[in-house]
Structures are given as C-alpha cells and as structure tokens.
Write a protein that binds this ligand. Structure first.
Ligand code: HEM
Length: 530
C-alpha cells in the first residue's frame, strides 16, 4: 500500500520538483530577458498557439509586449529566446562557433542528411569553402538561361490557367516553376514539373515539403520515434525513397555523361561548352585532396533542391500577390520594364538588363521585408555563451526572427505600408534587415535567388496586368492586407474585415500562406509600351 502511494504520488512529485529546481536555476541565469511568465510543466506552451499561423501571431504579440526587443519563452523546461536586437544578431551571426542549427532542422535529416544547411563543425566549414565557387558569375549566367526558359513556360501556363478571368492560386503555380528551375540548375535535369504535376517525383517533392511543415509544430509527430508509429509513416517512407532513388540515379547518370562528354570534347575542342549544373561542380571538386563521396554529393544536391525551391516559391508567390494588391507599384515596375526592354517586351531580359532594373530590385527588397521567405533562423547553444554581454546557458534555442525585423517602426517608417521606394530613403543597418541572413552562414544562394525572382517578375509584369482575386481587394491606401505586428486593438478592428482571399501567414521553415495566394491575370494586349 505505502509502496503504491510512493510510486503514484511521491515519485512524480519528486521528479516535478527536480525539473522545477533546474528550471528555476535556468530562469535566474536568463533573468535579464523579458517574456511571458511560465507555469510548471508547460512553461508557456499552452499560450503559444495550435498551428504555425497562430504561433506567428503570438510571437508578434509578445514582441509588441516586450518593447520590440528580444524575449524569452519556455516550452516545458526548454528555454527559447526570440532575438531581434541588432547587437545580439550581429554577435550570433558573426560567430564561428554558434553555428549549430536548432532541433527543428532535424526534420530535414532523413531527406537532406548533413548538407550545407544542416551540418556544423568541420564538415560545414570544409563544404562551405568547397561550394562557394559554384555561384561564380559565369555559372550564374548559365543558370540565367534556365531561369529565362522556365519563366517563358511559366507565363504560357499562367495564360491558360487564368483564361476567362479565372482566380488562380499563384502560390501553387510558383511551386512548380521553382521546382523546374532548381532541378535543372542543381542536377542538370529538367523534371517538367509545370507540365507534369502528377509525376511521382513532383508529387514526392510536394509531399515531403508538406510533411516537414506539418510535423514542425505538431506536439507528437515532431519526434521521429512517435511519427514512425503513425499511419502516415509508410507513405512518408515511400516519398523519401522516391526522392533518394531519383537523386542517386541522376548522380550516376551524370558521372557517366561527364566521362563520355569530356572525352568527346577532348577529341573536338570546337564543341560548344556544356552548361554546368551544380552537380557537375560537385563532381569535379575535392575535399582534403579526395573527391566527394556519392553520399556527400547526394546531401548537397538535395539541400540545394530543398532550400533553392521552397524559399523561391515563397519569394515569387508573395511578389505576385503584392503586385495584385498594389497597382501603383506595379505600374512603376511596368514603366521601368518599358524603359529597359524597349520595343520588344516579349524577349528575354539579359543578365545585364536585369541588373539595371533598380525599381525591381527595391520591389524585391520590400517584398522580403514584409514577407521574408525565411522568417526565422534557429540556432542551438551547444555550450554556455556570452552573447554581446548577455549570458545564455547551454541548451537554449535562439530564434533569430527575420520577419519581426521588417516591422520595427524604429527602423522602417510606417512598416505596414508597402513602399519599395523606402529602400532609397531609409538605410537599415546591416543587422536590422536580414532576409538572406549574414555572416559565415548566410545564404549561399542569394545571388541565384535574386536573379531568379527578378527574371520571373520582370517577365510576368511585361506579360500580364496582375489583379487581385476580387477587384475590391486592391489596396487603396498602400497598406498591407495582413495585420501582424499591428497594435492589438487595430489588429482586431482590421481582422474583422478580413476577406477569404486575404492570406493567412504561416511560418515554418519558409513563409507561406495557409489558404493560398489568389489573384487574376489579364494579358497585356500589345508587346509595345505606350
Ligand atoms: C528568396 C530566396 C531565398 C532566401 C530568402 C534565402 C534565405 C536564406 C537564409 C535566411 C539562410 C540562413 C538559414 C539558416 O541559417 O538557417 C539561407 C541559407 C542557405 N541558403 Fe538560402 N535563401 C533563398 C534561396 C536560396 C537558393 C535559391 C539557394 C540555392 C540555390 C539557397 C541555398 C542556401 C543554402 C545551401 C543555405 C545554407 C548555407 C549555410 O548554412 O552555409 N538559398 N538562405
């Protein structure tokens, strides 16, 4: 009897006291950080929200409550700091040691292994050094050709989909476009996702990205062990195998083709230079004097296919959505296209012409300020750190909140106004606006991404007038139709008038809209500017 009481009451109490004392100690260590008061066992988990959209809204509220500065919250007994202070961001992003990613990235391990995005330590340092030349100017020019070809196909697809004033989910269309671009540039193999949406490989990409996002904030499915017991697990394994088989197969074929191709070129040097894919660069690279193993090549190619398509899907889709809501901005973009592209608005813009499109550049910057493709960067403190004077104990997760930075009215005047021109007038400091991160682990694909976004949007603006799903949804005052970051009363007031086609922002690894991004397209009748 006494033994049963001990087992049922006293032991759990002792465990609770043990954890509470540990937490008390950690809370003392972290006392300089403001944040919501945690309760035993749950910390703040009960208040954080049930899904990514709610969690994002809570982060904005807490940020508002704690003076638009860093804040601390707890899930159970785990401490998390949301970092928005530029001084601390600078310290973290410049650190050569604080480079271990947070646990959310473990969801990527089965598919991507330990490629550039997910690895750390010596492996990351060596691979980063080896991969950096893959984005050399000449290679980017080859990639630009692929971007142009796919943008033209994209426009043709959109013409069909939007015929008869149909409302389309632009986010979905953008997903297939960016998949085509990345497969062709990373592996040198077109997968025709735009034309063959139901092919097994296209579905596998879609299912895998869905799975990662779905599990990221799920209380149970986040754990690999628990997820392996769910009914969804067998389908997930099939998807994983499809992606792995596909990529390994391409690698083998590319090795063969390169061997044959190089011997042909040796015999006849007048043959045209073959377009280089990222995979080719990897195949000819070495680490410590040895070629990369098949697994290392697989990990890096898969990393590029994930990071290079999920992010640009978000970038292209929010850019299209914002065009539809802000006709005045769209008109300025169109006028710039007329000035630079001259009489023939249907041709491809050259690499040099893209670099002359200054308003387009500011437009993309402004899109990334309000809807950054990567809303948070997660880092894990593998030991105690002193972050610019603040002590942060081992085991703390740091969420670098790139999305909150864009709404800081101390840096961006009237941040809910969508106004590309602000980038001519306001100069945010280097750690006040960070869509591509900064420091040694910044986005290695930044130039590639900007080139792709600009190539696609330049072509779209010349081909279509982009309209909102319903005419009334046009922004008449230049303000955004999403209300994150507004003071609570104003947010409530505006949300009461929310339309079903207003986006529901959801931030997991990339920013998406849970209910799609809907718009209409009207073909521009003439290819000549008036
Ligand atoms: C709008 C498009 C993009 C945005 C906003 C973006 C943003 C970012 C950000 C914020 C990071 C840091 C993430 C972190 O530390 O967790 C990152 C890392 C990375 N990005 Fe991008 N990215 C974009 C497109 C691309 C593309 C097109 C590629 C490849 C072709 C790419 C490849 C990578 C890789 C490999 C890393 C990891 C770098 C490392 O840890 O050394 N990204 N990106």
């Amino acid at each position: 009897m006494w033994f049963a009481v001990l087992a049922l009451v006293v032991l759990p109490l002792l465990v609770l006291v043990y954890f509470e004392l540990g937490a008390l100690h950690r809370r003392r260590l972290l006392k300089e950080f403001n944040g919501p008061t945690p309760i035993p066992v749950l910390g703040n988990a009960h208040r954080i929200g049930k899904n990514p959209a709610e969690i994002l809204a809570t982060f904005f509220e807490w940020w508002h409550d704690y003076g638009k500065d860093n804040f601390l919250f707890w899930t159970g007994y785990s401490s998390h700091i949301v970092v928005t202070n530029p001084k601390q961001l600078e310290y973290i992003l410049n650190s050569q040691q604080l480079i271990q990613k947070s646990t959310i990235y473990t969801l990527l391990h089965p598919w991507l292994g330990f490629g550039l995005l997910t690895s750390h330590g010596i492996k990351w340092h060596k691979h980063r050094k080896m991969i950096t030349p893959s984005f050399h100017f000449n290679i980017l020019q080859d990639f630009h050709e692929v971007m142009n070809e796919n943008s033209s196909k994209f426009v043709e697809q959109l013409k069909k989909a939007s015929a008869g004033d149909s409302i389309i989910d632009f986010q979905e269309h953008a997903n297939y476009l960016t998949l085509d671009v990345i497969c062709d540039t990373a592996m040198g193999v077109p997968i025709n996702a735009m034309e063959q949406r139901d092919s097994s490989i296209v579905q596998a990409f879609r299912d895998m990205c869905y799975n990662i996002n779905m599990r990221a904030f799920h209380p149970f499915k986040r754990s690999n062990r628990v997820f392996s017991l769910t009914p969804e697990f067998p389908a997930y394994q099939r998807t994983l195998k499809t992606l792995q088989d596909f990529t390994y197969d391409i690698i083998e074929k590319r090795v063969e083709a390169l061997q044959n191709g190089s011997s042909q070129q040796e015999q006849d040097p007048s043959l045209p230079r073959k377009k280089m894919a990222f995979l080719d660069t990897l195949l000819s690279s070495t680490i410590d004097g040895r070629p990369l193993t098949r697994q290392e090549i697989y990990e890096e190619v898969s990393t590029f296919m994930f990071e290079g398509h999920d992010t640009t899907t978000s970038g292209v889709s929010f850019a299209g959505y914002l065009l539809s809501r802000h006709p005045d901005v769209q008109l300025k973009l169109y006028q710039e296209q007329c000035e630079i592209m001259g009489d023939d608005m249907n041709r491809n813009a050259s690499f040099q012409e893209i670099s002359q499109m200054k308003y387009l550049d500011m437009f993309i910057k402004e899109v990334q300020r309000v809807y950054p493709s990567v809303p948070f960067i997660g880092r894990y403190c593998d030991k105690d750190y002193n972050i610019n004077g603040s002590f942060v104990p081992k085991g703390t997760t740091l969420n670098l909140a790139l999305i909150l930075l864009g709404y800081n009215d101390r840096v961006f005047k009237d941040p809910h106004h969508f106004r590309p021109e602000r980038f001519e007038e306001e100069k945010p400091g280097p750690f006040e606006y960070l869509p591509f991160s900064a420091g040694p682990r910044n986005c290695i694909g930044q130039k590639f991404a900007l080139l792709e976004l600009k190539t696609v949007i330049s072509k779209m603006v010349r081909s279509f007038e982009v309209l909102p799903a319903v005419d009334d949804l046009v922004s008449t005052d230049g303000r955004l139709n999403t209300y994150l970051g507004l003071a609570p009363e104003e947010k409530l007031k505006r949300e009461a008038g929310r339309h079903k086609y207003d986006p529901v922002l959801s931030a997991v690894l990339t920013l998406k809209s849970d209910n799609g991004l809907h718009l209409r397209l009207r073909e521009r009748g003439s290819s000549i500017c008036i």
